[in-house]
Design a protein around this ligand. Structure first.
Ligand code: GUN
Length: 284
């Protein structure tokens, strides 16, 4: 069996069309969803991500502000910018691009964003809401994965979902979203003694560790749905995931490629969250 490839670009396009319609409806009611992105320092990868976020905002008819701050920005200065944006009525979503320079405490910055404007879903209030099964702004990559599963008709209820990786950005929240949809969830990580023992029982396998080719055919149950969140570079500098794609696609029923898999969904869900935040703030 050869797996069906889950086309993240195509799914993204569909979702973005729906978001553009919602943006127009909001504009008709006098509200233009607005996103502020803050970038501190000049990390090249971050610059590319941030430019893409701005471009997508514009394509969907949203308002966007990009704050590019120098590496030398103090924590106090950054917090003052966040405070201004918290109070800015034109801004419904605030995103601080990570990683931050070493002298700035990430937690203090994420905690300063109003939970209602926290379109990354990283604020402890939003994480708490996610854990207790309430609707809120969910982290973009995990949320994008759920939309992809829905799109291929994969209902997590009753399935064994194995999440490899336990980051705050992807692993932990995607496991929680799957649990909220009644999956049985197992988390694996760098200290897991026998990775294959767990992954080979997975109906849904999420790889989010950042180790190229960690997941090979022998790790995968025949017919499993495999989602690859890895963003690694090979020797030639080519983007590749955590899954040995060519081998695993012969075992899985569905698989996401890298690139053009989960990646495009992340920005799409950021746009979705910004529209959702605007609707909530204006009670629309
Ligand atoms: N850096 C890498 N991924 C992300 C993300 O999802 N959000 C933010 N703010 N920074 C990131």
């Amino acid at each position: 069996m050869t797996a069906t490839i889950i086309d993240g670009t195509a799914i993204s396009k569909k979702v973005r069309e729906d978001i553009a319609t919602q943006v127009q409806e909001l504009k008709n009611k006098g509200v233009t969803p607005g996103l502020a992105v803050i970038l501190v320092g000049d990390n090249q990868a971050s610059k590319t991500y941030v430019a893409n976020k701005e471009k997508t905002c514009r394509e969907l008819g949203m308002y966007s502000v990009l704050l590019e701050l120098p590496e030398s920005t103090s924590q106090e200065e950054l917090l003052a910018h966040i405070n201004d944006l918290n109070q800015d009525e034109k801004i419904h979503g605030i995103l601080v691009q990570l990683p931050l320079p070493g002298h700035i405490e990430e937690k203090a910055v994420l905690d300063a964003i109003l939970p209602e404007k926290d379109v990354d879903g990283f604020h402890p209030v939003n994480i708490g809401r996610l854990m207790t099964g309430q609707d809120t702004l969910f982290p973009c990559t995990p949320y994008g994965i759920m939309v992809m599963l829905d799109h291929i008709g994969c209902n997590p209820e009753g399935k064994h979902a194995v999440v490899v990786g336990r980051s705050n950005i992807v692993g932990k929240p995607v496991g929680q979203l799957l649990l909220n949809r009644n999956a049985t969830v197992t988390y694996c990580h760098s200290k897991t003694a026998d990775l294959a023992k767990y992954t080979s029982d997975a109906d849904i396998l999420i790889a989010a560790v950042g180790v190229r080719d960690l997941i090979r055919a022998e790790h995968v149950k025949p017919g499993a749905v495999v989602i690859d969140v890895g963003m690694n570079r090979n020797e030639e500098g080519k983007l590749c995931g955590d899954v040995a794609f060519n081998d695993v696609k012969e075992v899985a029923s569905f698989i996401t490629p890298v690139p053009k898999g989960v990646g495009p969904m992340t920005i799409t869900m950021l746009m979705h969250n910004t529209v959702k935040a605007a609707k909530r703030i204006h009670s629309l």
